[in-house]
Design a protein around this ligand. Structure first.
Ligand SMILES: [Zn+2]
Length: 359
């Protein structure tokens, strides 16, 4: 007979080991537990008449643990696979599964809703819509837009690249601006010019930058590009077009606009377009940094080299283009202080836009 002290020593160790087994994710690790090792080390320290019995008891305990591990592993592999993206546990009792959620509980994302409104306004002004793409090549991103190889302005458009390369061996790019579509739409709608009709296209799209994300910068955002080409187009047409869009979008006819010179390789002259602050009527507020103006977008007259690349004669035709940040204009309209809200998936933010929801 093993003495009582040793019997209870093994029993206590068993309790601890069973508890460890229950808590461990990696069940077989219990066989390497210091508690079990201590039991084996204990054998050599016992009087001879107890060693055999104690050793047997310890082996028995180890076999019990090994058996439990096997049982667990078998149960685990017998479970049907689980779709972790399912909206409820697929294996739950049918009576406990939720029904489909009613559409009234959801709402369109503010970007989708406002983008539609923006495109509607431009549509009313005679612009067609062409969607941008989310992967493009170096030539459309830079070459077609008068950014020569090694041009320092390329650095302002640092974005994400794929390992896959285009036919020139350059990595494909997650476009940093919707302007990568300019060459395509100018080429595609060239027949308009021959019919004495303008090329008038807006290009909504998702764009990407390698940004340090903060309240005003996101790595993923939306732009609406605009391209207008015809005979005798001048910068007054550009300003009037954007101004009338903004007055319509903000439903405010008294908005005024301001331009100041800027630099883009693909427009000449290039302008930065500011809007009188719609929050303070130019009295100065925190949103406009007390200047009364908010910078809204970059624009300019399309560079002759960009027209030429797309097969349009710059001596005969002129055009203007702009690139507008969609989040930025929505932020201005609704007084949203942080661009990160849009992609955060926070319901409290999204629900503000479903009130009075238009489906
Ligand atoms: Zn203001």
């Amino acid at each position: 007979m093993m003495n009582e002290d040793l019997t209870s020593e093994v029993a206590q160790a068993r309790e601890r080991l069973l508890k460890q087994l229950e808590q461990l994710t990696d069940k077989p690790a219990v066989l390497r537990s210091p508690d079990l090792r201590a039991l084996y080390q204990r054998i050599a320290t016992l009087p001879e008449d107890q060693r055999g019995l104690f050793g047997q008891a310890v082996n028995q305990l180890k076999n019990e643990l090994a058996g439990l591990i096997t049982e667990h592993q078998e149960a685990e592999s017998a479970l049907p696979p689980v779709d972790v993206s399912a909206p409820f546990a697929l294996n739950s009792e049918p009576s406990r599964r939720p029904g489909l959620l009613s559409a009234a509980m959801g709402s369109r994302h503010p970007i989708s809703r406002e983008l539609e409104l923006i495109l509607d306004i431009f549509n009313g002004m005679g612009f067609s819509v062409v969607e941008s793409r989310e992967i493009d090549d170096d030539w459309h991103m830079f070459g077609a837009l008068n950014f020569p190889e090694g041009h320092p302005a390329r650095d302002d458009y640092d974005t994400f690249m794929t390992e896959q390369t285009d036919t020139n061996g350059k990595p494909l790019i997650a476009p940093a601006h919707t302007s990568s579509m300019q060459n395509r739409v100018i080429s595609r709608y060239q027949a308009n010019l021959a019919r004495n009709e303008p090329i008038a296209v807006v290009i909504p799209g998702r764009t990407f930058r390698n940004e340090d994300v903060d309240a005003r910068h996101e790595h993923t955002f939306y732009q609406v590009e605009g391209v207008y080409i015809n005979k005798g187009v001048n910068i007054g047409n550009l300003i009037a077009t954007l101004k009338s869009f903004l007055q319509s979008y903000f439903a405010n006819d008294s908005l005024s606009v301001k331009t100041q010179p800027f630099y883009f390789p693909f427009t000449e002259p290039s302008l930065e377009f500011s809007l009188s602050c719609p929050f303070c009527n130019q009295q100065g507020c925190s949103i406009c940094s007390f200047s009364g103006w908010i910078e809204l977008l970059g624009c300019g007259m399309i560079h002759p080299n960009v027209l030429k690349e797309a097969g349009v004669d710059p001596k005969e035709y002129q055009g203007f283009a702009w690139g507008m940040g969609v989040e930025r204009i929505i932020m201005m309209k609704y007084g949203i202080e942080d661009i990160r809200h849009f992609e955060s998936g926070k319901l409290a933010f999204l629900r503000q836009f479903s009130a009075g929801g238009d489906s």
